[in-house]
Each structure stands twice: as structure tokens, then as C-alpha cells.
Design a protein around this ligand. Structure first.
Ligand SMILES: N[C@@H](CCC(=O)N[C@@H](CS)C(=O)NCC(=O)O)C(=O)O
Length: 223
């Protein structure tokens, strides 16, 4: 008999596990959060995700699923009542998946490059990040959120950026997104950070900033 309930193997400082937490919270699903030490992964995590050995992993009634974007779609389908994460219209759903893939393939590496560079390399990384974010802005035209009036799938997938990029800007003393260069993105950052579910599930600011400040210093010193 499979273990009943919902367990999320994640990491408090991971934007990827945060996506799954947002989805579960929007659906009002109770879950147990297993905070992993990625330097010393639990036997349970390795058992449930022997393929990539990465977090997040959602275990629902004993059955594990990996990959945050896959899990978010699963959560929407497995708990069909209440909050709608995926658009109902097939065309809009396909569009949301297209942009989510774009955000994953282009924005994740671009923002990561900003976070680990300094000097000329940092300037180049900022420009590249602004270019991909300008493209992603097209999906925001005429809307408060990517999902329309409320947050949806693409907001959840891209939602780490308002928090992480604002943090990187502060730590590295730079500006990537502002009202002049990326007005729609800038407004979305503010709107997204005001969403109740988002506000109450972000990691403690001081702890997160200290963690990422140390990570940046480690990258800059080439360790
Ligand atoms: N594409 C994956 C990325 C997950 C990921 O990179 N997880 C990192 C933590 S943020 C991890 O588990 N790293 C441990 C490792 O690579 O061994 C997703 O969206 O779920």
C-alpha cells in the first residue's frame, strides 16, 4: 500500500522547489516539506529520484515526480478543483508552455550569468539578460500577470526572477530591470511580489541574501 499524503523534497533556498510550493499553496494542498542538504542527500531523495538526484521531487501517495515544471502541471491536474494554474483554452495553454520553455532555456542561464560575474563580463551578462527579458515581456502585453488578472503557470515558472533578480541587483549593486528599460517586466516584478501566496512562502530575506552573497563571492573567487 503506497504511503498516503504529499511530501515535497526541496531546498529552502531553491527557486525550483518554490515553484512547487506556490502551486500546492494555490491549490490549498497540505504537504510535508523535506528540506534537503544537497551536499549530503537523503536516502529517501535518492530512492525517489535516482535519475537526476535533484530536488524538487513531489511524492503523492507514494508515487514520485521530478522536474518542477512537470510537477506544477501535475498538481493542477491531480487537484482539479479550486485555483486554476493552467489556462483552460488549449491555445493559451500551449502558449504558456512555449513561454515557460523560453523562460527556462533563456532566462535561467542569463540571470545565472549575471549572478556569477563582475567587471566587463558582468556588463555583457546584464545586456544579455535584458535582451531575453525584453523578449519575454511580449507575453505580458496588456496584462497584469502572465496569467491575466491572476497568476498562472508562466508566473509560477518565471516567478523566481522578481525575488532573485532583485536580490542579485542589490548584492552586485547593479540594475537589470527598471521602469525605463523593461517597464512591463518591472511592473510584473512588483505585482508578483505582492501576491499573498508568494509573500508568505518566500524564504527569510536575510538568510536568503546571506546565502546568495556567499555563493556569489565563491564564484567570483573561482572556488
Ligand atoms: N530543471 C530542474 C532543476 C532542478 C535543480 O537544478 N535542482 C538543484 C537545486 S536548485 C539540485 O537539486 N541540485 C543538486 C544536484 O545537481 O546534485 C527543475 O526544474 O526541477
Amino acid at each position: 500500500m503506497a504511503e498516503k499524503g504529499v511530501k515535497l523534497f526541496g531546498l529552502w533556498a531553491s527557486p525550483f522547489s518554490l515553484r512547487v510550493e506556490w502551486a500546492l499553496k494555490l491549490k490549498e494542498v497540505d504537504y510535508e516539506f523535506m528540506d534537503e542538504d544537497l551536499q549530503n542527500k537523503s536516502q529517501e531523495l535518492l530512492h525517489y529520484n535516482p535519475i537526476t538526484k535533484k530536488i524538487p521531487v513531489l511524492v503523492h501517495n507514494g508515487k514520485p515526480l521530478a522536474e518542477s515544471t512537470v510537477i506544477v502541471e501535475y498538481v493542477d491536474e491531480a487537484w482539479p478543483n479550486g485555483y486554476r494554474i493552467m489556462p483552460q483554452d488549449p491555445f493559451e495553454r500551449a502558449q504558456a508552455r512555449f513561454w515557460a520553455r523560453f523562460a527556462e532555456d533563456k532566462c535561467v542561464p542569463a540571470v545565472f550569468n549575471v549572478s556569477i560575474n563582475s567587471g566587463e563580463e558582468l556588463k555583457k551578462a546584464i545586456k544579455e539578460a535584458q535582451e531575453v527579458l525584453k523578449t519575454l515581456e511580449k507575453a505580458l502585453e496588456g496584462k497584469k500577470f502572465f496569467g491575466g488578472e491572476t497568476i498562472g503557470y508562466l508566473d509560477i515558472v518565471a516567478g523566481w526572477m522578481p525575488c532573485w533578480l532583485r536580490m542579485i541587483e542589490e548584492i552586485a549593486e547593479i540594475t537589470v530591470v527598471d521602469a525605463e528599460t523593461l517597464p512591463l517586466m518591472n511592473a510584473w516584478f512588483d505585482n508578483f511580489l505582492e501576491v499573498e501566496v508568494v509573500k508568505r512562502s518566500l524564504p527569510p530575506k536575510d538568510k536568503l541574501y546571506a546565502f546568495n552573497r556567499a555563493r556569489r563571492e565563491q564564484f567570483l573567487s573561482g572556488q
